[in-house]
Design a protein around this ligand. Structure first.
Ligand code: SF4
Ligand code: SF4
Length: 433
């Protein structure tokens, strides 16, 4: 039976930086590096105020199993070990480094010796890799499913479906050697028999490029995905490429696959070749307030204000900074917030664009239902939350919501649906404690 195309929306693409190849920004005067940049246990700082550090040197040790170590992104001197409230609301220890502008690499940087699955996982852990598509899940853990023998497929996420963001496009276009090296390593050491790569149809140049590069490999398929947000959502992508359905409470490995973002794979490819840990990111810098939209290579820990300055500063009064895309991104509370490993875009919106539209009552038009990619009833979820009906929220399966924002986007009365779904999940969690 032919697969259905899952519902979604067509937000304005606004990919203004597609033809702007990545350029390295000038080293900022200072970086502030949080010790908690991933899902899981925070890292413990292993440097003190006054210590000199070099690029790639370990500054935060991963003590928990679900964690990824953190490395200096600039060379210079540690000037503070402090605390910060992250956009997620979590409080994290930070290490501040005053850059010396030399960007001297740490002497201990050498390509890792990888001979088998265990040494590969150890190398990925030591690299500091986390999911670079925005999730921030430690990659070494993702590569250790409970039953590896039941996993046969690597799903490569090249569906950069959020408006504005082009960082994955740039990586796929300009660093295909690293993308393919990362794919080859995951495939070899996890003994996966298939690779399914999904790319949206508007990136026809990328599709042609990868089809050409993998033409001799019958187990590597490049899928052309419809331009319909959110094709890059994990469960949606698995369905669109493999036709497998990840049910409620299940994870990709339950249906025999591992999903990895192209940025993460390219980083793994680069780390295996150079040994340089995850210390910088390709970042889309755009939005109505920014003077010169750019694709920048940015040291982790660079403040949002310094990144804006590297893109020509502001052409209009700044209303809001969003880390990520307009559909799923998180607002930053100030220009002092540092770039995290998982950030792939910063959007600087002017006051007009940042002002939420007025909301009115639901008119029961059903549009939110029609666009939900996981077939939920967003209007009923909102009603259940407003009435505090916890059992109803469970029955309506709010935990299946992938927080894609399609329902909020399409709603003609501008109901804050996705924000309510997040609160509903929290309510459900608390009620179960
Ligand atoms: S789209 Fe908005 S107005 Fe229409 S049913 Fe959903 S919540 Fe109500
Ligand atoms: S209910 Fe959740 S999954 Fe469905 S459209 Fe809204 S945000 Fe997306």
């Amino acid at each position: 039976m032919a697969k259905k195309v899952l519902p979604g929306v067509h937000p304005s693409n606004a990919k203004n930086t597609t033809h702007l190849a990545p350029v390295r920004m000038a080293t900022p005067a200072q970086v502030v590096i949080p010790m908690s940049q991933h899902i899981g246990a925070p890292c413990q700082p292993v440097v003190n105020i006054g210590d000199s550090v070099k690029v790639g040197q370990l500054i935060g040790e991963a003590t928990g199993r679900v964690a990824a170590p953190i490395h200096a992104s600039v060379s210079g001197k540690v000037t503070a070990v402090d605390k910060i409230t992250l956009p997620s609301g979590n409080i994290s220890v930070t290490v501040t480094i005053a850059a010396d502008g030399e960007q001297t690499p740490y002497e201990g940087i050498t390509p890792p010796t990888v001979t088998d699955y265990d040494s590969f996982i150890e190398a990925v852990r030591a690299s500091g890799a986390v999911g670079l598509g925005g999730a921030g899940f430690p990659t070494s853990i993702k590569l250790c499913p409970p039953d590896l023998s039941a996993v046969d497929t690597l799903v490569v996420n090249g569906a950069e479906c959020e408006p504005y963001i082009t960082s994955d496009y740039q990586i796929m276009m300009h660093h295909s050697e690293y993308v393919l090296a990362g794919i080859a390593a995951v495939r070899k050491y996890l003994e996966l028999s298939r690779v399914e790569m999904g790319v949206e149809e508007h990136n026809s140049d990328i599709i042609a490029h990868y089809k050409n590069l993998t033409a001799d490999d019958p187990a590597f398929t490049v899928h052309t995905l419809k331009c319909l947000y959110p094709k890059g959502a994990e469960k949606v992508l698995i369905y669109e490429t493999l036709g497998r359905v990840v049910e409620e409470g299940k994870l990709p490995f339950d249906v025999g696959c591992i999903v990895m973002n192209v940025g993460t794979l390219a980083f793994i490819g680069s780390y295996l070749a150079t040994g340089m840990p995850l210390v910088e990111k390709v970042v889309t810098v755009d939005g109505s307030a920014i003077r010169e939209p750019k694709t920048l290579i940015v040291p982790v820990g660079t403040k949002a204000g310094d990144i804006a300055a590297a893109a020509g500063g502001y052409k209009a009064e700044l209303g809001k900074i969003i880390s990520g895309g307009p559909m799923m991104g998180i607002a930053l509370k100030s220009e002092d917030m540092p770039l995290l490993k998982s950030n792939n875009a910063l959007l600087f919106l002017d006051v007009e664009e940042a002002t939420p539209p007025p909301t009115t009552s639901c008119i029961r038009c059903g549009r939110c239902v029609r666009v939900c990619p996981v077939y939920l009833m967003p209007l009923n979820l909102e009603r259940a939350y407003n009435l505090g009906l916890v059992d109803e929220l469970e029955k309506l399966k709010v935990n299946l919501c992938i927080e894609c924002g399609c329902c909020s986007y399409i709603c003609p009365t501008r109901r804050p649906l996705v924000a309510t779904h997040r609160l509903s999940k929290q309510l459900l969690r608390e009620s179960k404690k």
